[in-house]
Design a protein around this ligand. Structure first.
Ligand code: 4NP
Length: 156
């Protein structure tokens, strides 16, 4: 099993959106027995809560499931379990990196999946209110990520 975790600050806006979109793609392509998707926040501020209303509305509009998703905090143990750790912005990556074990971990910045995009971090819709903008980036980045995972792990 290949384990993927998306990480943001609160685990209620960006990373749950990426989790739901990526799981949807993985299911569509029939890789759900081989790739597991999760998300987490660097903070504990919203632990146990469902995704933000803006993320829920957006996912509803694209008929993408977020069933049973609740916020949790990223922890050092996740370095062992996860093969792909994908941070939505630079401060998320810095926070993950500063945890015990984080220095040796391979951390992917989400926007590095989209090298031609001008934006180099996924904007936080908790502050911008623009969930659609996040979806466009997340949707495009997850396509790139899934192709990369399939290739790197010789999945078929
Ligand atoms: P997220 O957005 O990191 O994309 O889940 C945020 C959610 C909550 C807060 C900040 C960002 N907050 O300050 O509570």
């Amino acid at each position: 099993m290949i384990n993927v975790v998306f990480v943001c600050l609160g685990n209620i806006c960006r990373s749950p959106m990426a989790e739901a979109v990526m799981r949807h793609k993985v299911l569509e392509k029939g890789f759900d027995e081989q790739i597991r998707i999760d998300s987490a926040g660097t903070s504990d501020w919203h632990v146990g809560k469902p995704p933000h209303e803006g993320t829920r509305n957006l996912l509803d509009s694209y008929k993408i499931s977020y069933a049973n998703m609740t916020a949790r905090q990223f922890a050092s143990e996740d370095f062992v379990q996860f093969d792909y750790i994908i941070c939505m912005d630079n401060s998320n990556a810095d926070n993950v990196r500063s945890l015990p074990g984080g220095e040796e971990a391979e951390i992917i910045k989400f926007m590095d999946l989209l090298p031609n995009e001008k934006l180099r971090e996924v904007p936080d819709p908790y502050f911008t209110g623009n969930f659609e903008e996040v979806y466009e980036l997340v949707n495009a980045g997850c396509d790139v990520l899934l192709d990369r995972i399939i290739e790197e792990n010789s999945l078929s």
